[in-house]
Design a protein around this ligand. Sequence first.
Ligand code: DQA
Length: 149
Amino acid sequence: MVSRLVYVLNGPNLNLLGQRQPEIYGRETLADVEALCRAEGGRLGLGVRFHQSNREYEIIDWIHEARGDAAGIAINPAGFTHTSVSILDALIAFDGPVIEVHISNVHRREPFRHQSYVSGRAEGVIAGFGTQGYVFALQRLATLTEARS
Ligand code: DQA
């Protein structure tokens, strides 16, 4: 059986996961998160395309690419969550389900982190569950894409 493909996209500074503010984001690295997603994807029968970039246009280009071949997107837009109309527009142009993920509980942090451009487009938002949030996002995408296929 050909597995359904999902994209897991990560925004700026997440390449520093494990080193940057570990009291907020934990000690796991982005490579650990990728391994976690691949393991969970394997269990769920989902192919996982995993990317991180510090450049807004690259994230937009991956969302455009996903239009052609992905069933769903899990995205942690990181700082772009709170600033990027362009990432929102790209996600609106994608037809499948979108799950927004934040490692930290953004609602317990500074007020500027309470606003998300992406949430209005997302089927669901996961925040404050650490890197386990990515697992929940993949589980939800598996359910949502199964219902569509
Ligand atoms: C984050 C929360 C954002 O506010 C922040 O800019 C990040 C990471 C999170 O995963 O908790 O870089 O998206």
